[in-house]
Write a protein that binds this ligand. Structure first.
Ligand code: PLP
Length: 382
């Protein structure tokens, strides 16, 4: 087996993804620069309408980034200071940062070892009379248990927020046979157009989703200094708008998202076929009710000290870049020490931080490259 890839392998290859669209992107950008309507230009509303259509009809409120979207979602709930917000113990820091920065209290709940998503039983155990919201994250591209989480939120009279930065376009089969679209099941859903996301912009960007027209208006105001019209401020808001230039370029990319998602799913299916049953490694578990849009393809390596890190080095030496999302759980980060949690309180999340390894997955990865990556993973585990 050769120890150099058939062609250089990248974790993320935006130039390759953009190459076929380059002329169209350049033309759209040139018009935008010429028109000079940089803030709240027509492309922003057009992009919001097109994304709403793609997601099956929620209102879409664009904003400056995915972290602001989470903050705006929480602001729209008007929770009292110190209210508790249940968050996954295994997620990107932004999920709980948004709550913390608003003076709300992030309350981690442990996740499930196979899907990496919130464990509804842990959420049920974390609910208190002070809980204001449950924040679900559809981690790596697969829906959290929306059925159970929606039910828990309704039973306890709290709101559900979906952090859908990683799972745009994923769907969930509800018990009543309805198809739910990730990000549109909670009172508010959020997403990010950070360049590496499945629908990435050319800089920062984000959006909120809601099926409630009144809440959409409120969110739109909150994202623009709380103003109802220019210089009339009804609420304390944020300056968090999606640039016209970003909306312009995202409009070019959006129609290609289904094809890119299908390409990611094909790569994942090939990894599955080539790696399933390999001792000492688990391929990402699927919830049969959810589609998976594979923002990441994340292996779990048997929990022996240093094994995951050794495999990562072995792969790097053979031209296979990998990443660890995430190496340190948020409850053990210095910034969140004040919450008072200790190592051992969220054992699944803590173990995942030692055992997960994400392989390259993007729409332009070739079959040969995928086969090479899988062969090197096998070799590295022998
Ligand atoms: C990327 C991401 C965010 C933050 O998005 P930004 O646009 O970078 O602010 C929040 N939550 C999750 C799960 C993410 O992956």
């Amino acid at each position: 087996m050769p120890v150099a890839p058939p062609a250089p392998i990248q974790l993320l290859d935006l130039p390759a993804q953009h190459a076929p669209l380059q002329a169209e992107l350049n033309a759209a950008a040139a018009i935008c620069l010429h028109e000079a309507a940089f803030i709240q230009g027509p492309a922003v509303g057009q992009f919001a309408a097109e994304l709403g259509q793609y997601l099956g009809g929620p209102h879409v409120v664009p904003c400056a980034n995915g972290t602001d979207a989470l903050q705006l979602a929480l602001l729209s709930l008007k929770l009292p200071a110190g209210a508790e917000v249940i968050v996954p113990a295994f997620t990107y820091v932004a999920t709980l940062e948004a709550a913390a920065v608003l003076g709300l209290r992030p309350v981690p709940a442990d996740v499930m070892p196979g899907t990496f998503n919130l464990d509804p039983q842990a959420v049920a155990a974390a609910l208190t009379p002070r809980t204001g919201a449950i924040m679900a994250v559809h981690l790596f591209g697969q829906c959290a248990d929306l059925q159970a989480l929606r039910q828990l939120a309704d039973q306890h009279g709290v709101s559900l927020i979906e952090d859908n930065a990683q799972a745009i376009g994923a769907t969930f089969q509800a018990e009543d046979a309805a198809t739910w679209v990730a990000g549109t099941v909670g009172e508010v859903g959020t997403t990010s157009f950070f360049p590496s996301k499945n629908l990435g912009g050319f800089g920062d960007g984000g959006a909120l989703f809601t099926r409630d027209a009144e809440r959409a208006d409120y969110l739109r105001q909150l994202a623009n200094h709380g103003q109802t019209r220019k210089y009339h401020h009804q609420h304390i808001g944020l300056n968090s708008r999606l640039d016209t230039l970003q909306a312009t370029l995202l409009r070019v990319k959006l129609p290609h998202l289904p094809v890119w998602t299908a390409a990611r799913q094909r790569v994942a299916a090939r990894y599955d076929a080539l790696l399933a049953g390999l001792p000492g490694v688990a391929v990402p578990a699927r919830d049969p009710r959810s589609t998976h849009v594979f923002h990441q393809y994340t292996l779990t390596i048997a929990d022996e000290p240093g094994r995951r890190d050794a495999l990562q080095q072995f792969l790097a030496a053979r031209g296979v870049p990998t990443a660890v999302y995430y190496p340190l759980p948020n409850h053990l980060q210095p910034a969140y020490e004040y919450l008072g949690y200790r190592a051992g309180q969220f054992p699944v999340a803590e173990r995942l931080c030692r055992t997960v390894l994400s392989l390259p997955i993007h729409p332009t990865l070739t079959d040969e490259q995928v086969a090479y990556v899988a062969a090197q993973v096998r070799a590295g585990l022998e």
